[in-house]
Structure formats: structure tokens, C-alpha cells
Design a protein around this ligand. Structure first.
Ligand SMILES: [Zn+2]
Length: 608
């Protein structure tokens, strides 16, 4: 076995199969895949014959819903078999071609099923309810059908929808222009570091230098050069963002929403208070965040401490974590979720659900693939670092969520929304952190683990709340008919950052340009707040799951596993409420702030 620390990346054929995934649970062979692909084509063709029948009886409606499900179930396996094979070695043309065949078939599928929702929405809901009362197999679809009708509230008549569909060519323009200006046409200058080495100040190098360089002057030089690219074009970026804001406000008003926020949250039935509570509680909970940065300033021995200094490790601690050890820790760390959960984690390791190490041509990064009808598969590029250890725990959390949801729900509810998705992944990480902290042998290791956990909260919670706070206020500018200029956006961003950073991090003019360098603002407005709410939900659930009171703990574990098993069977807020988390209330966010307070306290005492 070539360990990840080897200098030469091995070919796929040189990797010990014990550390590769076994895809035979999806299909035993390419012949079996060919047969399934043909079956899928035939089912898609047959589906068209059901058009015009939905309103005739409950039996016909159920038949169509079940036929739709059968297509969906088979699609997972037909897609993932070539897709996962391709990710093993992306130089392989045969798997690339098979993947493309499935993509073409999916385009056909979309056309072949496009009649379905409009026709279903023409059937009176009262008729559907009567049919459901008489047929339990049809009643399974109650939530899905009712949610489709709920969303009708903001669908326009045919003429209105036609007009909006014509406008859709224009509404994507700001995103495309932003991408071109910030990547394709962006010129990131080179900076010469203290060592004499030259580095281009791209997004990737910016992040790398800030997270690794122990020379403050180098970090600042890279930070300044990177930000100047956005500052120099700030009027153009402001014009693009003005387009984003007016696009969102146009769409909200066209569909009859009172605000852009309401329009963004309607799909998942999230109340606006979730975002406004998040921001209010985030602003009220900055004390441990600021304490952490003051501690960093002191430990790093800096006279001035700015945003370029917020990522570098407090200690140099180069521990290698062997995969074979870590897998045992991850199994052990999940003990408090019960023997059944733990056995499933063990099974994922023992039955080759994981593709562990890097090889030539392998896809980078990490993911958990929810292969319905088989089991989740995890792709890693495990390299013995602490980040790789927590990535493994993270993906295992996603996989257990998939496994429990797929095993408990009918197909129509097997998937889950992003609003809940990052809860089990971060909870698994927190369980592992506790386990490793209890066993940390040295102050250096303990410091590194605490910093890892704190940086996770800073990056996934505080930074995202700042972003959510800013983008809500920016949207309110156009909702109030106020002008949007580069200076106005910079002033708004500066005010927002000041409310969180206080005097713990020094802000200069460049920091105020951050609104121009965050792609999410331009590409996916009102998205990032979900990272923060997921992490707050996890903190609230951990309070119960980790409680010293056995009654509260057992109840917490039961509710948590119930949340995982529930998949997408209800709106995410309803599912979380049943698990004991109400994000419209401050409790969950306060639990996360309290957790950060504890971790910073432990770091302060570890560093003396
Ligand atoms: Zn994740």
C-alpha cells in the first residue's frame, strides 16, 4: 500500500483494493448496467402514455406517481455507476462516454415528464384528498402533493409565467458577468514574498498563504494585492450587484412576495424570523468571537492584527494521522448514538464504501454519494492531515443520514434539503473532536484540535452571519428605492463588519470591498445563512445528545436519529422542531455561542 505521504501519486492499479470502494453493490458488471439503462429508456418512453389520465381516478394518479418513482430509483444507480467509476480516474474515456449517455437520457427525461406537474395541479385538491382517504398507498404522497399545491400560491397565470420565462434569459446575466470579471478576465498580480519566491494572488494562493505563512508581512502583501483587484473594479462590481438586487426584487414582486427574503425562503417554507433571529443573536453573541481574536493577536505576538492574520495556526504541530487508526476512532466516537448507528459506521468501513487515497487521475476533494438502491459511497483524498481526519468524519455523517433516510422513507421522501444536510456532518465532526480532545497527548495537539474546532465555528457561523447580515441590508436598499453605489456598498459592509469585529480585528479600506470578492453574493443570494443555521442546530442537538443527564441524553439521541430517518418527509423547520430545535427562537444560536465560549476558554487555559 502506498501511503498518502508518498511523494509519487500511484496509478489506480497500484492501490491496495482494501482502500478502494467496491461498486458491485450498484451493478455487478457493465452488462448489467447496459440492461438497466435500456430499462430506464423504456420506462421513460412509457411514462408519456400516462399524460391526460391523472384526473380520471385515484388509481391512475397513483400509477403515475409510482411510475415516476420507479424511474427516479433506477436513475440513481444508472447515473452513479459510471459517475463514480469516472471519478476514480477521470482520464478514462469509456466511463466518461457512459456518463454522457446518462446525461443525455436525463435531458430526455425532463422533457418526457414536463407535463406531469401542470396536469396534477389542474386536478381539484379536494378530489385528490378523497382518493387519498380511500387508498393508503396514494396517501403516502400527501406531503409531496400538498407542497406542490402550496407553491402554486406564487405561480402566475399562463401569460405571466410565459413573460417570466422570457425574462429568465436576462436574469442569469449578472452571474455570468461576475464570473467573467472575477475569474476569466481577472488579472491577479504576482507578489514577491520575503523568501524571494513569487506568488500570484489568486483565490487559491490567497487562502493558502494566509493559512500557512508565519510571516505577517507576506500575508498582508498577498491580502492587499488580492483585494486591490476587486477595489480597482469596484464600480463595475457594484453595477453588477445592483443588477442582482434589482433582479431579485423584480422576481419577488412579480410573484407577489412582500420582500426578497420572503421570496427566497418560501420554497422550503422557512419563516423570515429564522434569518432575522440569526442576525440579531449573531450580533449579540460576538464576545467569545472577539476574545478568540484578541488571544490570537497575543499568541502570534503581533502589534497590529488584521483580517490577513485570522487563519494562520497558533502552533506548528505536524502530526500524521494514519487512516487505520482514525477509522477506529470514528467508530468509537459514535458510541453515544447507539449500537445500531455504530454498527452501520463500522459496516461502511468494513464493506468498502470508501475510496480512501489519491491516485493518478482521481477527482479531487471529498463527497458522499447517496446511491439509492445500494448504499452511500464516499470519495476521499485522504492524506494523513487533521483536515483529512475531520473530512472523513464529516462525509461519514452525510452517509449515515442518507442510509437512515433511505432505509426509513418511501422513495419520494428519501432525499433531504441543504437546510438539514449539514447537521449530521458537523455533529459527527463534533463527536470525533470530543473523542480526540480526551486523548490529546500534548499541549500542542490539544491547541491544534481546539483551534480546528473554533475556526470551524468562525468560518461556518460568524463569517456567514456577517454575509447574511450584509446581503439582507443590501437587498433592503432596493426594496426602499435607495441607490446602490460602490461607496454605499462599501460603507454598508464596513458598518456590518464593525458590529462583529469590534476592535478585535483591525479593518482598513480594503476589508470594506469584501462584498465584491464573495461569489455567493452574486451567484446564490440568501444561501449562506443556511451554513450558520445548520451549525446552530447541531450545537443545540449536541447539548441534548451530550447531556450528563441520562434521561435528557436518551431523549436527545432518539430525536436526533428520528431527524435523520425523516429524510425529506416534511418541511425542514418542522423536522428540526420535532428534533427539539426551533430556529425562529434564539436558543439554538445561543447554544452555539456558549459552545464557542467554552472552547475559547479551554484554548486560553491550554495556552496559559
Ligand atoms: Zn457537507
Amino acid at each position: 500500500m502506498a501511503p498518502a505521504s508518498a511523494l509519487v501519486t500511484p496509478e489506480r492499479s497500484e492501490v491496495d483494493p482494501a482502500y478502494t470502494w467496491d461498486l458491485s453493490a450498484i451493478f455487478p458488471s457493465w452488462e448489467a448496467w447496459d440492461t438497466a439503462l435500456a430499462e430506464l429508456e423504456q420506462r421513460i418512453a412509457a411514462f408519456a402514455s400516462l399524460a391526460g389520465t391523472l384526473g380520471s381516478s385515484g388509481a391512475r394518479l397513483r400509477e403515475a406517481l409510482e411510475a415516476n418513482d420507479a424511474i427516479g430509483q433506477l436513475s440513481y444507480r444508472v447515473w452513479y455507476y459510471p459517475s463514480l467509476t469516472h471519478d476514480q480516474d477521470q482520464r478514462d474515456n469509456a466511463s466518461a462516454a457512459r456518463r454522457q449517455r446518462v446525461q443525455l437520457l436525463f435531458a430526455k427525461l425532463e422533457q418526457a415528464t414536463s407535463w406531469f406537474n401542470p396536469e396534477l395541479l389542474r386536478v381539484p385538491l379536494a378530489d385528490i384528498h378523497a382518493w387519498m382517504a380511500a387508498d393508503p398507498a396514494l396517501a403516502v404522497y400527501r406531503f409531496a402533493v400538498e407542497d406542490l399545491f402550496r407553491k402554486q400560491a406564487h405561480v402566475l397565470d399562463q401569460a405571466g409565467e410565459h413573460l417570466l420565462s422570457l425574462a429568465s434569459r436576462l436574469t442569469g446575466a449578472p452571474k455570468d458577468v461576475y464570473e467573467a470579471l472575477s475569474t476569466a478576465d481577472a488579472q491577479f498580480p504576482a507578489v514577491t514574498l520575503g523568501t524571494g519566491a513569487s506568488v500570484d494572488c489568486t483565490y487559491g494562493n490567497y487562502r493558502r498563504v494566509l493559512a500557512t505563512s508565519r510571516v505577517a508581512a507576506d500575508r498582508r502583501a498577498v491580502f492587499n494585492a488580492h483585494y486591490d483587484v476587486f477595489g480597482a473594479r469596484r464600480n463595475t462590481f457594484a453595477s453588477i450587484y445592483n443588477g442582482v438586487l434589482h433582479r431579485d426584487w423584480f422576481q419577488a414582486r412579480a410573484r407577489g412576495y412582500a420582500t426578497t427574503l420572503e421570496a427566497a425562503l418560501f420554497g422550503n417554507a422557512i419563516p423570515a424570523e429564522v434569518v432575522t433571529t440569526l442576525i440579531a443573536e449573531g450580533r449579540a453573541g460576538v464576545a467569545p468571537f472577539q476574545r478568540y481574536h484578541r488571544l490570537r493577536k497575543r499568541v502570534l505576538g503581533l502589534d497590529s492584527y488584521g483580517p490577513a492574520d485570522t487563519y494562520v495556526p497558533l502552533v506548528e504541530h505536524d502530526v500524521q494521522y494514519r487512516y487505520d487508526d482514525v477509522r477506529e476512532w470514528i467508530v468509537a466516537s459514535t458510541a453515544r448514538l447507539g449500537a445500531d448507528y455504530q454498527a452501520r459506521v463500522r459496516e461502511a468501513f468494513d464493506r468498502r464504501w470508501i475510496d480512501v487515497y489519491e491516485n493518478k487521475g482521481k477527482r479531487s476533494g471529498a463527497y458522499s454519494a447517496p446511491v439509492y438502491g445500494a448504499h452511500p459511497y464516499m470519495l476521499l483524498n485522504y492524506n494523513d492531515t487533521l483536515d483529512a481526519v475531520f473530512t472523513l468524519a464529516h462525509e461519514m455523517g452525510h452517509s449515515m443520514h442518507t442510509l437512515l433516510a433511505h432505509g426509513s422513507q418511501p422513495f419520494v421522501y428519501a432525499g433531504y434539503t441543504i437546510f438539514v444536510a449539514e447537521v449530521p456532518s458537523t455533529l459527527n465532526e463534533e463527536l470525533l473532536l470530543e473523542f480526540m480532545l480526551e486523548r490529546a497527548a500534548t499541549t500542542g495537539e490539544r491547541t491544534m484540535l481546539l483551534q480546528h474546532a473554533i475556526d470551524g465555528i468562525v468560518g461556518t457561523f460568524y463569517n456567514q452571519v456577517v454575509f447574511a447580515d450584509y446581503e439582507l441590508e443590501a437587498h433592503r436598499l432596493v426594496e426602499r428605492d435607495e441607490p446602490v453605489t460602490a461607496d454605499g456598498l462599501s460603507a454598508l459592509y464596513a458598518r456590518t463588519v464593525d458590529a462583529y469585529w469590534g476592535d478585535a480585528i483591525e479593518r482598513d479600506e480594503r476589508t470594506a470591498w469584501t462584498w465584491a470578492r464573495i461569489p455567493h453574493f452574486f451567484q446564490a443570494p440568501y444561501y449562506v445563512y443556511q451554513y450558520a443555521t445548520c451549525m446552530a442546530s447541531t450545537a443545540a442537538l449536541m447539548d441534548a445528545v451530550g447531556s450528563a443527564d441520562p434521561g435528557r441524553r436518551d431523549d436527545g439521541v432518539r430525536r436526533y436519529l428520528e431527524l435523520l430517518r425523516a429524510g425529506g418527509s416534511d418541511h425542514p423547520m418542522a423536522l428540526l422542531k420535532r428534533a427539539g430545535v426551533d430556529l425562529a427562537e434564539p436558543t439554538a444560536i445561543r447554544a452555539l455561542v456558549a459552545r464557542l465560549d467554552r472552547l475559547v476558554g479551554e484554548l486560553e487555559s491550554a495556552l496559559g
